[in-house]
Design a protein around this ligand. Sequence first.
Ligand SMILES: N[C@@H](CCC(=O)N[C@@H](CS)C(=O)NCC(=O)O)C(=O)O
Length: 199
Amino acid sequence: MKLYDRDHSGNCHKVRLLLSMLGLEYESVPVDLGSGENRSPEFLSLSLRGQVPTLTDGDVTVWDSQAILVYLARRYGGEEWLPIEPVAMSEVMQWMAMSENELLFGLARARQNKMTNGPWPWDLVSEYGRSGLAVMNEHLAERNWLALDRPTIAEPACYPYVALAHEGEISLDDYPAVRAWLARIEALPGYVGMPGIGD
Ligand SMILES: N[C@@H](CCC(=O)N[C@@H](CS)C(=O)NCC(=O)O)C(=O)O
């Protein structure tokens, strides 16, 4: 397997986390977004959007972190990480939706704003990110994991941009249940860190 990758990308880290937790070997292929390598015809033939993460596994190519998590979970993780029973699956998918909305358009954009003077108004995106953290905190006050009674792909999907919130100058002090959940993920077998988390 090859993961077209960028070490500072939380989206790529979602995939690195699950690959590692599943004990899967892969080659990380760095893509230089700064020089526009992701817009080359060669890369666009793999990823229609010209984005990392993108995964190849033999003849299969998958782009988008969520799609890759679904692919890996179902191909290599059996029922454990993404069950297909309708109620259980929808429970996982609602947290996948959180990761692509409040966490990506809120927390990740606040981080991009602070790290690169990015285009998003910090007040607006940080407030959106905090609304997601508040929901997670209330939910996790009563349970250990986002969905079901065990780690699922909702964990690697939601973990990186929450653990990187401080880089967007968003404090987790008001969200103790979220901090405890981060620590539980960091104690899972196969957990790996990334630049900005635990360094
Ligand atoms: N929703 C996508 C977002 C992917 C994404 O935004 N990737 C960024 C790096 S974190 C990228 O490749 N940006 C380059 C571009 O959009 O041109 C996912 O989850 O995979």
